[in-house]
Design a protein around this ligand. Sequence first.
Ligand code: TRP
Length: 341
Amino acid sequence: MKGMTNKKRILSGVQPTGDLHIGNWLGAISNWVALQEKHETFLCVVDLHAITTEYDPKQLSKNTLSTAALYVACGIDPKICSIFVQSQISAHSELCWILNCMTPINWMERMIQFKEKSVQQGNNVSIGLFDYPILMAADILLYDADYVPVGEDQKQHLELARDIAQQRINAKFSKVENILKIPQPIIMKKGSKIMSLNDGSKKMSKSDINEGSRINLLDTPEIITKKIKRAKSDSYMGMEFNNPERPESRNLLMIYSLLSGKEVSELENELSQTGWGTFKKIFTEQLIESLQPIQERYQVLINDPYELKKILFEGKEKAEAVANKTLSRVKSELGFFEMEK
Ligand code: TRP
């Protein structure tokens, strides 16, 4: 594969937990769309990550398909990208185990997201949740990825992947050439901080128990209208971006700017005298209009499971060839028994 192209390689993924929301779209998927032409792109639906917290086995497979369909509906072109399901390629779990054995526990105890998530989970925290960043490292390192486009909140996980690859694999086991490629993050600044509709200081999240805190990509115009009506506002007049006391105004302006393609500063001028009621109306219209083509493409795809499965099959074939090759290289360099030798 690598020999066929001199494009730099990208790997990224999203968890298939429930419906994807506009934060996933504007913060992750839209950036992949912008990068796909110039890079060799591998996009994974990380279903093994989705079972690190409580989940519904009846929904897992359905959510996996629907997440893949949304990648395509948002503009990922399956002709040039490999879209695949993580659990379909056993190399992910296998490399994860090897990396588990190479990673010091105290590196893991620093992971901020684990600390945050385990607080939410009370006393029901699995080893898998603790291990989540190492599985993510395996996802990335298996593909010799040059770049990993992620949001700000995943930066620490990417650092960990780099440290494991460099200090725990390459430095210890490489003979002539490095065993693993050290990936670079692409931190997606602009849309990576889409905040909750109920609290402009909290990230929009699939795991928030309040449905009204997010706009899902498949929300109907009625639901969107209702959610935006109820979204938190403040008592100021006019919309502002940089006033620290107005995180909700900042958040909606950011989303509106991304959807409309207008600069925030331009919008601030336009909307300096506009009250929340009027702004929410314009905002709702823009949101409905922007989501409509995604929803239409999604419906076509989800009603054609043959086409969707074909995309995932072809993605798997391409991804698996790369992943298995890396895994063999790692196992060989780390001294495992080989039948052919
Ligand atoms: N942890 C990532 C997130 O929540 C998802 C993910 C899993 C990922 N494996 C990955 C992202 C590999 C980039 C590369 O956003």
